[in-house]
Design a protein around this ligand. Structure first.
Ligand code: SF4
Length: 362
């Protein structure tokens, strides 16, 4: 165990306030030993101001990271905040592909992620090489990629999509062109069903967190809570089950709401404005458990419960109070994207924005 905060360790290291420095110890990939105390919050704010940095936090981050951030939201919404901010440095508390998207949309700014090892099992479901091979097997097909993809995959993509606008994106494309949809098989099944197109090929990728929110659990929780609404992210393994159960009458269709994370928050805000019966309301939520923090803040009278309370993304939770402190103190880990890749990737994101209703992705 070594005390950190020596100025020789990094040319960009900003000295920590002494009381906090005494509690910091080196750990693999970041500081350890730091709790989210008021002193930590003061130091994070001080360092952010010194660096002219804005702190962005995804909805799936730890509550203490969400609470210290300047903005909390979904991946694309945060990238758009990053592009509009006057700050020189973007500290993206989320996973790596999200920070890459911020860099793609803000090439002139410095983008930092508190721990560059924070990956994503869904984004890792397909590589640029695999996508090139798939394209070669289907010449003439158009590629639609969910925003949960690496910059390299976006650069091989015709149009990106989010869970809010995936159906609109598909419907904007010529009906006679084959579509290669990647990487999420559950979102792919959703758009295929909604668009009614039969010329969509779907990559068999998945997010390990959402895939584990399964139909059996959904059916059981819905039966145990007959008055509760269901907020379901279309990436979830239970999404098809929800549609099926609603279709066959096991769950009333009006209880099932297929929503992106941004749409979930907007729906909670509407719940908070209801004049009556808010305290009798319960909502079962099928997405990563970090989302519950923002929903509960938006509508404190409403009971929000996870359908699967083990649905926690280990990558998102790598952004700890220690890692955020290290990031601001040392100016690491910087996220870079080669200019040619960024240019092609940006084109696929901008084509999506031109189609409209991008919402915010995950
Ligand atoms: S919850 Fe799933 S899709 Fe989201 S960052 Fe984690 S692994 Fe990726």
């Amino acid at each position: 165990m070594t005390t950190h905060a020596s100025a020789q360790e990094s040319a960009t290291l900003k000295p920590l306030e002494s009381a906090l420095a005494a509690s910091v110890v080196d750990g693999e990939g970041g500081y350890t030993g730091v709790e989210a105390t008021p002193e930590w919050a003061d130091e994070v704010r001080r360092l952010a101001k010194e660096r002219n940095a804005v702190i962005l936090a995804h909805n799936y981050q730890l509550p203490e990271i969400q609470d210290i951030a300047d903005y909390v939201g979904d991946s694309l919404g945060l990238s758009r905040v990053a592009a509009e901010t006057e700050a020189e440095v973007i500290v993206f508390c989320g996973v790596h592909f999200m920070a890459e998207t911020a860099k793609i949309l803000s090439p002139g700014k410095t983008v930092l992620i508190p721990d560059e090892r924070a990956g994503c099992s869904l984004a890792d479901s397909i590589s640029a090489e695999e996508l090139r091979e798939w394209k070669a097997e289907h010449p003439g097909a158009l590629v639609v990629s969910y925003v949960n993809t690496t910059a390299d995959v976006k650069a091989e993509t015709d149009v990106c999509c989010t869970s809010s606008n995936a159906v609109d994106v598909i419907e904007s494309l010529p009906a006679d062109r084959e579509i290669l949809f990647n990487p999420d098989q559950f979102l792919g099944a959703h758009v295929k069903r909604e668009s009614g197109r039969d010329n969509i090929r779907i990559w068999a990728g998945e997010c390990h967190v959402h895939a584990n929110i399964n139909g059996d659990e959904l059916a059981r929780r819905a039966a145990d809570n007959p008055d509760a609404d269901l907020y379901i992210h279309p990436e979830c393994g239970c999404a098809n089950s929800a549609i099926y159960l609603a279709g066959e009458g096991t769950i009333e269709p009006e209880r099932v709401h297929m929503l992106s994370t941004g749409e979930m928050l907007a729906s909670a805000q509407r719940e908070a404005q209801r004049a009556e019966n808010r305290e009798d309301r319960k909502v079962l939520v099928a997405t990563e458990v970090g989302m519950l923090h923002q929903l509960r803040k938006a509508a404190p009278d409403v009971v929000f419960e996870a359908i699967n309370d083990r649905a926690s993304c280990v990558y998102m939770k790598m952004i700890t109070p220690s890692a955020l402190l290290r990031c601001l103190a040392e100016g690491t880990d910087e996220v870079t994207v080669p200019a040619d890749v960024a240019e092609k990737a940006r084109a696929s994101v901008e084509r999506m924005i031109a189609i409209g209703n991008p919402g915010g992705g995950e």
